[in-house]
Write a protein that binds this ligand. Structure first.
Ligand SMILES: *[C@@H]1O[C@H](CO)[C@@H](O)[C@H](O)[C@H]1NC(C)=O
Ligand SMILES: *[C@@H]1O[C@H](CO)[C@@H](O)[C@H](O)[C@H]1NC(C)=O
Ligand SMILES: *[C@@H]1O[C@H](CO)[C@@H](O)[C@H](O)[C@H]1NC(C)=O
Ligand SMILES: *[C@@H]1O[C@H](CO)[C@@H](O)[C@H](O)[C@H]1NC(C)=O
Ligand SMILES: *[C@@H]1O[C@H](CO)[C@@H](O)[C@H](O)[C@H]1NC(C)=O
Ligand SMILES: *[C@@H]1O[C@H](CO)[C@@H](O)[C@H](O)[C@H]1NC(C)=O
Length: 552
């Protein structure tokens, strides 16, 4: 890859880097973000390209690599991407959310600098600004295991990134206008796999090629806007090996439900008749099922893919049972942030329970989505910067929502920046309770959490009896079915300002998100990196003197 330079840190100008981790290699990337025209569903439309590509280029890294990525924003609007699931240990400065960073102004460039510390797995990046994700600007991000760390399966012949998602033929500006005017953006037009949908006319180019007899790893992420997707490959079982950074117990599935924002790594062996096969992604829980497909070709195979697509499962119960079958492989070694806290999470005392209730309602005649009655609004000054510069009180109030929201919380929505104050290093239980009729997908930045339960109905403390306190998968995104709840547990040991958001951008844009402020009282470099020299400043902190740096 021409834009990637691989180099060891020998001598790098001081100050250019906010962190210095001796021998961990650096990966350098340059991104040119531009508009372009694509026609994935036959209708020409404006898209956001990265280095001319839609979806954007893959970032291929290895645990602990340092990533230096210079983004040139050649759009006519501010732009920012986040690294969904990359934990940014001590470094929410680079998280790419509007609560932690100033967006990159049009016609300017900004260089992200972060380390993929103690993580492995399949991730994705996507834009957080102005419904940009509906136009592209997203792509895959891999963190490979370091060579010395055993991986619980044989090296695959090759690895393929598969970005699936529902897709609108309306432009992101049209969709944003609809949302700004207080309406919902309605249903998508189709489903894309890596930016394409095979026509099935015999002229489709294959997305991937497999050698007969070999096993491949497919890294599948749902980067769509609204719908859960069922993913399957004609005639080929899928062996699940990794989910959002954790090696799983290796169950085999005919198909997998991938909810918005989630990623899975699947092993597929090319042991069938050598010809073409379709991979299929189709919407779940929708009246009209939209289907996207792409061709996988056997090398030297002959014959087209059968037009008969494997059937998708029906109903919620199937999906819930699939969730329950996911188990963490406790004996697999892998890079893990905070390994001490990882193994016996079921034995740690809960110090706080936060119940999150999502709701949708009109405010002054306009649709808004809320968390415990508060619909988040972005402030011009990123929350983290306001807090760091000591002017938080001019930008937001802490704790406008309650941990135990009253039963009437859905009746009224108020608009405000939504920030929860969380004590550093406490072990916390978060319940996501969904009283709505649609599926939710929740994501937490800065951490992985233990997904211990999803159940229909309402949560009560007695439900803790049913938690998986042994081998729940440590992950960063969890779905909540309609009229159901989900429980997660984690130790808030990563200082910073962290976004908890709906992975569905329509909901996120209209306020279904909040931030958790985790401050280390020590103001120490042990707990958090300093504000990078290169951080962009905006809003009321633009011309303020910088506070004294953290001490070591
Ligand atoms: C980015 O792409 C645009 C359009 O192709 C081109 O005009 C511009 O020179 C490129 N900028 C950089 C920094 O490569
Ligand atoms: C990704 O990085 C790994 C480790 O450096 C390397 O072995 C592999 O070939 C790379 N894959 C691609 C597609 O660049
Ligand atoms: C913008 O790009 C130039 C050229 O690559 C680089 O020297 C500079 O550091 C970048 N600026 C920022 C703010 O990242
Ligand atoms: C878990 O990982 C271990 C160690 O790599 C491996 O031997 C084992 O097969 C894995 N177990 C399952 C059920 O996948
Ligand atoms: C957890 O709480 C129980 C009951 O309050 C207490 O006996 C126990 O010592 C606590 N354990 C830890 C590790 O703090
Ligand atoms: C946040 O909580 C910590 C202790 O849990 C407390 O010391 C601090 O004052 C709180 N901060 C705010 C702004 O409420």
């Amino acid at each position: 890859m021409a834009s990637v330079m691989y180099a060891l840190l020998l001598c790098l100008s001081a100050g250019a880097l906010s962190m210095v981790q001796g021998e961990d290699p650096y990966l350098f990337f340059t991104w040119n973000v531009t508009y372009g025209t694509i026609s994935p569903l036959g209708v020409p439309q404006q898209a956001i390209l990265i280095n001319g590509q839609f979806p954007g280029p893959n970032i291929n890294s290895t645990s602990n690599n340092n990533i230096v990525l210079n983004v040139f924003n050649n759009l006519d609007e501010p732009f920012l991407v986040t690294w969904n699931g990359v934990q940014q240990r001590k470094n929410s400065w680079q998280d790419g959310t509007l609560g932690t960073m100033c967006p990159i102004a049009p016609g300017t460039n900004f260089t992200y600098r972060f380390q993929v510390k103690d993580q492995i797995g399949s991730y994705m990046y996507y834009p957080v600004t102005a419904m940009h994700r509906a136009a592209g600007g997203f792509g895959g991000l891999r963190i490979n295991s370091r060579l010395l760390i055993p991986v619980p399966y044989a090296d695959p012949e090759d690895e393929y990134t598969v970005m699936i998602g529902d897709w609108y033929t309306k432009s992101h500006t049209a969709l944003k206008k609809i949302l700004d005017s207080g309406r919902t953006m309605g249903r998508p037009t189709g489903v894309l796999i890596n930016g394409k949908n095979a026509k099935g006319d015999g002229k489709d180019e294959p997305l991937f090629t497999m050698k007969p007899g070999k096993t491949y790893k497919y890294r599948v992420c749902n980067v769509g806007l609204k719908n859960s997707l069922n993913f399957r490959i004609q005639g080929h079982p899928l062996k699940l090996v990794e989910m959002e950074g954790s090696h799983t117990v290796q169950n085999t599935y005919e198909s997998l439900d991938v909810h918005v924002g989630q990623c899975f790594s699947l092993l597929v062996t090319a042991d069938k008749e050598p010809k073409d096969y379709y991979m299929v992604a189709s919407t779940r829980f929708t009246k009209t099922v939209l289907t996207g497909k792409g061709i996988i070709r056997y090398e030297n195979g002959n014959g087209p893919a059968s037009p008969e697509l494997p059937e998708a499962p029906v109903g919620w119960a199937w999906s819930l049972n699939q969730f329950r079958s996911f188990r963490w492989n406790l004996t697999a070694s892998a890079a893990r942030p905070n390994p001490q806290g990882s193994y016996h999470y079921g034995k740690i005392n809960i110090t706080r329970t936060i119940k999150i209730v999502n709701s949708a309602s009109k405010v002054d005649g306009k649709l808004r989505y809320a968390v415990n009655g508060v619909s988040h609004v972005e402030s011009e000054t990123p929350l983290k910067l306001a807090e760091y510069f000591g002017v938080a009180d001019k930008v937001f109030k802490y704790d406008t929502i309650e941990d135990e929201p009253p039963a009437t919380v859905e009746d009224k929505i108020t608009l405000a920046p939504n920030v929860v104050n969380q004590t550093f290093r406490d072990f916390v239980e978060i319940i996501f309770e969904n009283h709505e009729k649609s599926i939710q997908s929740w994501h937490l930045d800065g951490y992985s959490f233990f997904a211990v339960a999803i159940e229909p109905g309402r949560w009560t403390p007695e439900k803790r009896k049913n938690y998986n306190l042994l081998d729940g998968v440590s992950r960063h995104t969890i779905q909540v079915f309609p009229k159901s709840w989900a429980a997660i547990m984690l130790t808030f040991d990563n200082a910073g300002m962290w976004n908890v958001r709906s992975e569905q951008p329509e909901r996120c844009y209209l306020g279904q998100q909040f931030y958790v402020s985790v401050l280390s009282p020590a103001r120490s470099l042990r707990d958090e990196y300093n504000l990078p020299e290169t951080a962009q400043l905006c809003g009321i902190v633009k011309d303020l003197p910088k506070p004294p740096p953290y001490s070591s």
